[in-house]
Design a protein around this ligand. Structure first.
Ligand code: SAM
Length: 287
């Protein structure tokens, strides 16, 4: 089948099936073969790999994945795309398409069934409206992962990569960087998609750490503290933690923990590194 990365071929198949784009599903299909080549290269797909693709659309990237991987599982929510995928992927025997909402799929079970529980690679041009729940879901449910190579809004990629003291730094940066090493590998302008999105996009590769770069006694508490710290960015860390609904520390306790970790009472969350948050979490966990 001719590449769907060529706009003429995408238009042809969309017309054949009288496909209507659904905004609510974040449908912007890739129509640029250079970007597709780049994603496959940066994802480092080999013929041993199981790849999970989230939102295959009409199968544009799926075709590339099938050419390079051992097996591909593609999860697509829009049932109108299923007959199209049947046609565009008919030349491949190493792909299964599931008509499901990715947020409801038991990915751990899929990995067990299709890859003996060994780490998989996730590749996707994500539906932007659920980027964060998808990524955090993959990490938090401990899916065996080697890497996640995804197209996201450029602004979201910047936030995932940001460090302390920058405007983009926040709970998403820390959560992603606890689990993985982020690298932005391509910037993709709106004209590479049909229909064109309003914003620029970026391909970011998240290489999963075998063990997190910091150790912490209570992971759940660490993330509660991180979220609380950035809920009210302009407040001091002390006030944010003291006001947080899921935490019940007094100002004195927080002040003591901050002092023990060498932080001033006036510090804001945005100034702390992941390591400093982990130390603070360990101090508060002892109380
Ligand atoms: N991979 C295709 C490409 O690059 O041309 C399509 C990418 S498009 C940005 C996102 C795709 O994700 C759409 O096909 C959309 O229907 C699908 N999608 C949206 N929400 C989803 C969900 N919750 N679960 C699975 N797929 C979803």
């Amino acid at each position: 089948m001719a590449s769907l990365g060529i706009p003429k071929n995408t238009i042809e198949i969309l017309q054949k099936y009288n496909f209507r784009f659904q905004k609510k599903f974040g449908q912007n299909f890739l129509i640029d073969t250079h970007v597709l080549d780049k994603i496959i290269k940066e994802a480092g797909i080999t013929e041993e790999d199981m790849v999970l693709e989230i939102g295959p659309g009409i199968g544009t990237m799926t075709q590339y994945l099938c050419e390079n991987a051992r097996t591909v599982v593609a999860v697509e929510i829009d049932e109108a795309l299923i007959p199209i995928l049947k046609e565009t992927l008919s030349g491949y025997s190493n792909v299964s398409v599931l008509n499901e909402d990715i947020l409801k799929v038991d990915i751990n079970r899929l990995v067990e069934e299709k890859n003996n529980g060994n780490p998989i690679k996730v590749v996707a041009n994500l539906p932007y409206y659920i980027t964060t729940p998808i990524i955090m879901g993959l990490f938090e449910s401990k899916v065996p992962l080697e890497s996640i190579t995804i197209m996201v809004q450029k602004e979201v990629a910047d936030r995932m990569k940001a460090g302390p003291g920058t405007k983009d730094y926040g709970a998403l940066s820390l959560a992603v960087q606890y689990y993985a090493r982020p690298e932005i590998v391509a910037i993709v302008p709106p004209n590479c998609f049909m229909p064109r999105p309003n914003v620029s996009s970026a391909v970011i590769r998240l290489s999963r750490y075998q063990t997190p770069p910091v150790t912490v006694n209570n992971e759940e508490l660490l993330f509660k503290i991180i979220r609380a710290s950035f809920n009210q960015r302009r407040k001091t860390l002390m006030n944010s933690l003291n006001n947080a609904s899921g935490l019940s520390y007094t100002k004195e306790q927080i002040g003591e923990a901050l002092a023990k970790t060498g932080q001033k009472e006036s510090v804001r969350g945005e100034a702390l590194t992941l390591e400093q948050f982990a130390k603070l979490a360990d101090e508060l966990n002892q109380l």
